[in-house]
Design a protein around this ligand. Structure first.
Ligand code: PGA
Length: 247
């Protein structure tokens, strides 16, 4: 499984970032799962450069530009040069600042063109009785898969993160019974773009209030391939407990 830590802007102190990386290195020796850390851009530069450990790194976002006169942007070649293996794209906190499906799709293309695996975040704002949330998730996935080649589609990791479950507690996360249905649905949508058994091999993660209390249960029978963890990934005790719980 992939256990991706989304540090968001929680970690602002460089010593704290280093300590979390040290902990991840230690935990990575005792687990078969791939640990991935997504620090802020400056900390990513510091920690990921010449990283030779089992821990992998992700950017929290990347630019749609490939460089040039674009103040403040972090381009795919910049991340590639650092050896960054993954990038989140379309996180709801970025979409909330105006990022459209078209922009997210463009980011996926840039990442893949530079050997970086995009972790495409999708998820509805709320659940409704008419199941319109399924259409929301389908639209978000389609927008990206549509612009990719067959080979590129196989590379995309989809992280299902219902917005209503983000930043809460384990008790308020999606129950694992409902998660299983959603994972099937996501693979069905991916199946519109990939032939045969390929969608079964696509990686689907869950994010939204993953904590030590629910991490094991979320995987039981749901068919997920890992987690995208926010607040609990920056608390050393919680992080260690989560990795140990699934290892
Ligand atoms: P959370 O965040 O674990 O704090 O809910 C997850 C995310 O937004 O990626």
């Amino acid at each position: 499984m992939l256990i991706v830590s989304n540090w968001k802007a929680y970690v602002e102190d460089v010593e704290r970032a280093k300590a979390l990386f040290t902990l991840a290195k230690r935990l990575s020796k005792k687990t078969k799962h791939q640990l991935v850390l997504a620090p802020s851009a400056p900390h990513l530069g510091l920690l990921a450069f010449r990283n030779k450990t089992k821990v992998a790194f992700a950017a929290q976002d990347l630019s749609v530009t490939l460089g040039g006169a674009k103040t403040g942007e972090v381009s795919a070649p910049t991340l590639e040069g650092l050896g960054v293996g993954y990038t989140l794209i379309g996180h709801s906190e970025r979409r909330g600042m105006g990022e459209t499906d078209e922009v997210v799709a463009e980011k996926a293309r840039h990442a893949l063109a530079h050997g970086i695996t995009p972790i495409l975040c999708v998820g509805e704002r709320e659940r409704d009785e008419n199941a319109a949330y399924l259409a929301t998730v389908r639209t978000q996935i389609r927008a990206v898969f549509e612009v990719l080649s067959q080979k590129e589609r196989l590379m995309v990791v989809v992280a299902y993160e219902p917005i209503w479950a983000i930043g809460k507690s384990a008790a308020e996360a999606l129950p694992s019974s409902e998660l299983g249905e959603m994972v099937l649905y996501i693979r069905k949508v991916i199946g519109e773009f990939l032939p045969g058994k390929a969608p079964a091999r696509s990686k689907v993660l869950y994010g939204g209030s993953v904590e030590p209390e629910n991490i094991r249960e979320l995987a039981a029978g749901s068919g997920i391939d890992g987690y995208l963890v926010g607040h609990a990934s920056v608390e050393p005790d919680m992080y260690a407990q989560m990795v140990k719980a699934v290892s």
